[in-house]
Design a protein around this ligand. Structure first.
Ligand code: 5RP
Length: 249
């Protein structure tokens, strides 16, 4: 697969610029997590260019879609079993707030995305400006749920939401075929349209203890920086570069 010609869509151009900015962080020998989605797609293309230029990188994809793209581009791939610690993960997001808390999972890859981000020394998020919010929740929160007993699990999710100040319709995600969407790990996604999530850590904690909930799309304390691109340029939120470790005397 070769990279597509540059799009004339301004939002896609912004996504590409954010990806190119993140690619400036790449250094020879890095172990990388590759995100999923239309913004991460640009980053994977940038990684491929670096490798073609002679830079040695090894990568863990966060979805089968990204694996296919990376493999087609000849990017060396590994797994977290072989390479359990990564230097950097670059991924998109559906929303980010001023505390760099994220909603992810619009592409259904939240479980692997969170595992890969948690295995990384740094997670850098690349987005266009449309993903910026003052309060998370405008984007329906994806919750990945085991198919067995899913309606019972859904009731627990509703209760957890109520108890943490969230309300709104919950819907099982459908694939284009009209059948239930199935994640790379064989689970279903409950999209929770809360509108606002007043206390993301409380909701995250409440969801995490529900049997049948595999993972949720709240990424809290994982992103080191968000690279936001828009028509005016690039804005960096957070710390793009790793703080130097204190020298030992
Ligand atoms: C996939 C994700 C994506 O990062 C998120 O949906 C953003 O995608 P895009 O870059 O296409 O807007 O979380 O599970």
């Amino acid at each position: 697969m070769s990279a597509a010609p540059h799009s004339t869509d301004p939002m896609d151009a912004a996504k590409r610029r954010a990806a190119e900015k993140a690619a400036e962080l790449l250094r020879a020998g890095m172990r990388l997590g590759l995100g999923t989605g239309s913004t991460a797609w640009h980053f994977v293309n940038c990684v491929s260019e670096k490798i073609r230029g002679g830079m040695a990188l090894i990568c863990v994809p966060t979805s089968e879609t990204t694996r296919a793209q990376a493999a087609a581009l000849g990017i060396p791939l590994t797994t977290l079993d072989e390479t359990p610690e990564l230097d950097l993960t670059v991924d998109g997001a559906d929303e980010f707030d001023p505390k760099l808390r994220l909603i992810k999972g619009g592409g259904g890859a939240l479980l692997r995305e969170k595992i890969v981000a948690a295995a990384s020394a740094r997670m850098i998020v690349i987005t266009d400006r449309s993903k910026e919010v003052s309060c998370l929740g405008r984007f329906p929160l994806p919750v990945e749920i085991i198919p067995f007993g899913r309606e019972a699990t859904r009731r627990h999710v509703e209760r957890a939401a109520r108890q943490t100040g969230c309300a709104g319709p919950l819907a099982w995600r459908k694939a284009k075929s009209g059948l239930d969407f199935v994640t790379d790990s064989g689970n279903h996604i409950l999209d929770c349209a809360f509108g606002q999530i007043p206390d993301p850590p409380a909701l995250a904690a409440a969801l995490s203890v529900i049997p049948g909930v595999v993972e949720h799309g709240l990424f809290i304390g994982l992103a080191s920086a968000v690279i936001v691109a828009d028509a005016n340029g690039i804005e960096i939120k957070g710390e793009l570069h790793q703080a130097a470790s204190p020298s030992r005397s």
